[in-house]
Design a protein around this ligand. Structure first.
Ligand code: ZN
Length: 102
């Protein structure tokens, strides 16, 4: 089964939309919209099976992750041993005004 659909693309920034637009909502340029036809095959054979197969939890190999101690014993414990390079950790300082907040 083959289905043809249309998308509208901004010539300036590449923003894609299912609807035509006179002014691009992303870059705010006027008259940059053009129509592009897509051939979307909705055939099960064309959909590749996941190349990544699930594995049992006991077969998962742990990675050696370098953790940096923060100097706060409790925080390091909560973080699993410290901060991980390249990770993002949100911290919230509790203040007098925030005591009643969730
Ligand atoms: Zn645009």
């Amino acid at each position: 089964m083959s289905k043809q659909s249309t998308i509208f693309v901004c010539r300036n920034c590449g923003n894609e939309s299912s609807k035509w637009f006179g002014k691009c909502p992303v870059c705010n340029e006027w008259n940059t919209c053009y129509e592009e036809k897509l051939n979307t095959k909705l055939n099960n054979k064309s959909v590749q099976k996941n190349e990544i197969a699930p594995i049992a939890l006991n077969n998962v190999k742990s990675q050696d992750i370098i953790r940096t101690c923060t100097g706060f014993e409790e925080l390091d414990r909560v973080l699993g041993g410290g901060l991980v390079k390249g990770s993002l950790t949100l911290l919230r300082r509790r203040t007098r005004n925030s005591e009643n907040l969730p």
